[in-house]
Design a protein. Structure first.
Length: 193
């Protein structure tokens, strides 16, 4: 019969010495598992004395409590810490099954990336100097003007570019091609012609 504290110490040692986790990850996971311990202590849960008594109801209660206090990404990290801890405990035969396997994850919030202003883009186009400055300016202008990703630009072939019409066919992430202008104007939505 393993106590909660012994199992956590075993897991953190495994993360540090075997997985070579960063000090940042170790610190965060230790804090997350300490918060779970405090929650279980407040509820006088039997899992502190016997880890095998930990159930999905207690885990859901803890995560719901943390969700009221923390951002969704922090709750997702706590879930990752708990899942890793219980998976390790199962592998070490401290528990028969992981109650974390029954948890549903909240959706990760989507954030809109910060865009470059017109003045910042103009400054970027003027920045490159030296032997390759014309190429570098063309790359920056194409990225900004056409609105393509770096990977899409890197995957362009000569056959994908219509210099006379100033169109380029780029392959999007979902393996679909899209036509776009490579001037400083906005991306054109349809194929030329």
């Amino acid at each position: 019969m393993a106590t909660y504290d012994d199992a956590v110490a075993n897991y953190l040692a495994h993360l540090e010495h075997v997985n070579r986790a960063s000090p940042h990850t170790l610190r965060n996971y230790a804090r997350d598992l300490s918060q779970l311990r405090e929650f279980l202590a407040d509820k006088k849960h039997r899992a502190l004395a016997d880890l095998a008594k930990l159930d999905v109801i207690a885990l859901r209660g803890f995560l719901a409590d943390r969700h009221r206090q923390d951002a969704t990404v922090s709750v997702l990290r706590k879930m990752s810490a708990i899942r890793g801890f219980l998976k390790h405990s199962k592998r070490e035969k401290l528990i028969a099954e992981s109650p974390a396997a029954l948890l549903d994850s909240p959706k990760r919030p989507k954030s809109i990336p910060r865009t470059v202003s017109v003045d910042e883009a103009a400054a970027l186009c003027q920045a490159p100097e030296g032997k390759l400055s014309a190429r570098d300016r063309a790359v920056v202008e194409f990225l900004y003007g056409a609105g393509v990703r770096v990977s899409e630009l890197c995957n362009l072939d000569l056959a994908d570019v219509d210099l006379a019409g100033k169109w380029a066919r780029v392959m999007a992430r979902d393996a679909k091609s899209a036509w776009c202008r490579f001037t400083t104007s906005a991306v054109a939505p349809s194929k030329p012609g």
